[in-house]
Design a protein around this ligand. Structure first.
Ligand SMILES: Nc1ncnc2c1ncn2[C@@H]1O[C@H](COP(=O)(O)OP(=O)(O)OP(=O)(O)O)[C@@H](O)[C@H]1O
Length: 670
């Protein structure tokens, strides 16, 4: 069955696909570097349905004060004496202890004891302090967690891997160095970081050692595939990505280090360490996420420089991670010609220390001058394609109109009842998610199981009922997607939905939220004026969230009742004009008049704030894969519309059937 991710309240309404339901391999429970974690035993499972309000930093502080527990204010965590450690003073938390080994996340209240490795939610901590709960007393821990997933495999691979310089064949060693661009990285550097090479897989092996020296926790294998002149890297982790929380380089960090450089790849950390001698750590999932479970390990640093890569995506990720780490201590290396990623900088003979000195403070005052913005503007101008966002791989027409999927925007999506809105938006979001866009789904109408079934079918592009032997294979791959679901069903308050979204941004670095649909947050207002006011308020709340959290929100809204034979327009969206005014993009799934055959739909982009291109293109529904593919024959399928006066059906010479919008221009390059 679905397994729920634990944590403070909002995480209780979030779930991610997990091995128990989707595949054979269950994920281990441990979440951070170090030996297998022990979990604080509190009635975790029975409390799943409880609706506890999310905790704030002020509340955490207040609670600790009321209980007389001393604490220190850190960057992302509060530090306090741990109730899970026996000391000479016993377990009296009110006494000042030198070992403030308990880290409490300021945003979620989740705790980690660095000494005993106990961890749990804010409620677990309170229960421990108060000694309440069914006989569960403070300091009662679960016994050692089950063995790490694949520990045997980890050991086997590690035993077979050899240091690069010990390869018997010098030519092979040289080839490996060239493939991984390691020609300037010395044996000594590889030795310090314990990097090895697995000959049969032609992969580098990066170990994950526990921070307390109790052995090997996992591995990352990095393979290199040449594609023309470009080398494409393929990563495999054990345990799988959702549980691989290794800060590569941690064993080399001393307790006295106050500065660190964070990179998004192990190879970059090797280059940086060698060139600058500075402490450096590589994030386990690169620019994809910074799991809060790692924050306690970064608390000791007064200055963190993020040098994540050479593209706009890395820059966006750096800004996002800096928020979590506390922007006041963060400095960001801006991607640019003279500032490529660290390994490349080393290979180009650039001065890495000098590049680090150009790092910009992440902290902005609320008022900025153009001087502070000019570099950002230049970055966007010189990376026009990247600034346009992530491109869909399945919907090239959407790329031509919207140019891409950008953070911080609000997309409103509408279409007639039962026309396939959920089915389309599921594929549209899945497409982005497979490209590393961390996605949170709020499906209030259909259950998560049904939605995941639709998505999995779309992912496999075929009916899985008929190939159950392939189920595990697809499910395993699907499980690794950065995809999360809210467990809400039916009517919900906007407040709890937004709280959950904030939590997901913090914990999982979610950058796309899909809400299907807005009507489920409108309460039971009977009067239409109340309903319209409620909708306006909700749309405003989503707009604000998208902007403040730099997260894209796709909002499904039902249309108002229209004549069956009329096309929908922007004005057909239920409610006042607020939704279309606030939205950056308005998408309409059209059927009825434009339908020329069974299953055919059209997608109309009727608002595009990014560059104004609007238009319509056909979608063809494939019932077995539940996907909307684009008819390959229909060359001149995309029409750009110059205004939003609706669509006029007209025969076109290039298209035997279908609609040609008024004032349209055909994209000749199609
Ligand atoms: N183009 C299509 N042609 C035929 N069937 C379709 C098409 N698109 C979706 N369907 C099927 O129609 C059903 C309803 O689809 P879906 O739930 O996506 O519609 P919806 O617009 O979200 O509905 P609602 O208005 O109730 O929210 C599903 O069983 C889906 O597989």
């Amino acid at each position: 069955m679905w397994s729920l991710l634990r944590g403070g309240y909002p995480s209780r309404v979030l779930l991610q696909l997990r091995g128990e339901w989707m595949g054979r391999r269950g994920l281990p429970r441990s979440l951070a570097p170090g030996p297998p974690r022990r979990r604080y035993r509190k009635e975790v499972l029975s409390a799943l349905e409880a609706t506890v309000l999310p905790v704030t930093t002020a509340e955490i502080r207040q609670y600790l004060r009321t209980r007389g527990i001393p604490f220190q204010d850190g960057h992302s965590c509060l530090r306090a004496p741990s109730p899970f450690v026996e000391s000479s003073q016993g377990k009296d938390l009110t006494r000042t202890s030198t070992s403030f080994s308990l880290f409490i996340d300021k945003t979620t209240g989740r705790f980690l004891c660095m000494t005993s490795l106990a961890e749990g939610s804010w409620e677990d901590f309170q229960a421990s302090v108060e000694g309440r709960g069914d006989g569960v007393k403070e300091g009662v821990l679960l016994s050692e967690a089950p063995e790490t997933e694949g520990s045997e495999e980890i050991r086997r691979i590690w035993d077979r891997a050899v240091p690069l310089w010990e390869l018997p064949d010098a030519e092979e060693a040289q080839l490996a160095r060239v493939m991984f661009s390691l020609t300037r990285v010395t044996d000594d550097t590889l030795k310090r970081f314990s990097v090895q090479y697995l000959r049969p897989a032609r992969s580098l092996v990066f170990p994950w050692f526990s921070s307390q020296g109790s052995g090997l926790r996992g591995l990352k294998l990095l393979g290199a595939e040449g594609q023309g002149d470009v080398v494409h890297y393929v990563e495999t982790t054990i345990p799988r990505p959702g549980a691989y929380h290794n800060l590569f380089g941690l064993p080399l960090i001393s307790r006295r280090d106050v500065e660190v450089v964070l990179t998004s790849r192990e190879l970059d950390s090797l280059a940086l360490s060698q060139a600058t001698g500075l402490p450096t750590l590589a994030l386990p999932r690169g620019t994809l996420s910074l799991p809060p479970a790692l924050l306690p390990y970064l608390e000791q640093f007064r200055r963190i420089i993020l040098w994540l890569g050479d593209d706009l995506r890395s820059w966006e990720a750096a800004k996002l991670f800096a928020r979590k780490l506390n922007p006041k201590r963060c400095f960001l290396v801006r991607p640019g010609d003279q500032q490529p990623r660290p390994l490349e900088a080393l290979n180009q003979g650039l001065n890495l220390s000098r590049i680090l000195r150009t790092a910009l403070p992440a902290w902005h005052k609320s008022i900025v001058s153009f001087r502070q913005l000019r570099e950002e503007v230049l970055g966007e101008l010189s990376n026009v394609e990247q600034a346009a966002g992530i491109r869909w791989s399945r919907f090239p027409d959407l790329n031509r109109l919207l140019k891409g999927h950008r953070k911080g925007e609000l997309t409103v999506f509408t279409g007639p009842t039962g026309s396939g809105k959920t089915t389309f938006i599921s594929e549209y979001a899945l497409d982005l998610c497979t490209q590393g866009v961390n996605t949170l789904w709020g499906s209030f109408e259909i259950s998560n199981v049904r939605l995941a079934r639709v998505m999995l079918t779309q992912f496999a592009v075929g009916r899985l009922e008929e190939q159950l032997d392939k189920y595990d294979e697809w499910a395993d791959r699907f499980e690794d997607l950065p995809l999360y679901f809210m467990t809400f069903h039916g009517q919900q308050s906007i407040r709890s939905v937004i709280d959950t979204m904030h939590h997901a941004v913090y914990v999982y670095d979610v950058c796309h939220v899909v809400i299907d649909n807005l009507q489920f947050m409108m309460g039971h207002e009977q009067l239409s004026t109340d309903r319209i006011a409620a909708q306006d308020y909700i749309v405003g709340a989503f707009r604000k969230f998208a902007t403040d959290s730099n997260c894209h929100v796709t909002l499904v809204i039902h249309p108002r009742k229209e004549d069956d034979d009329k096309e929908l327009q922007t004005a057909s969206i239920f409610g006042s004009a607020k939704a279309s005014q606030e939205a950056d993009n308005v998408l309409i799934l059209q059927d009825r008049k434009l339908v020329t055959g069974p299953g055919k739909r059209y997608l109309q982009v009727s608002k595009n704030r990014f560059d104004g291109d609007i238009g319509v293109f056909p979608l063809e529904f494939n019932k077995s894969s539940l996907t909307f593919s684009i008819p390959p024959k229909n060359k001149a399928r995309l029409k750009k519309i110059k205004d939003d006066n609706g669509l006029v059906v007209k025969k076109s010479s290039s298209r035997k059937k279908g609609a040609v919008p008024q004032n349209s221009e055909t994209c000749s390059d199609l």
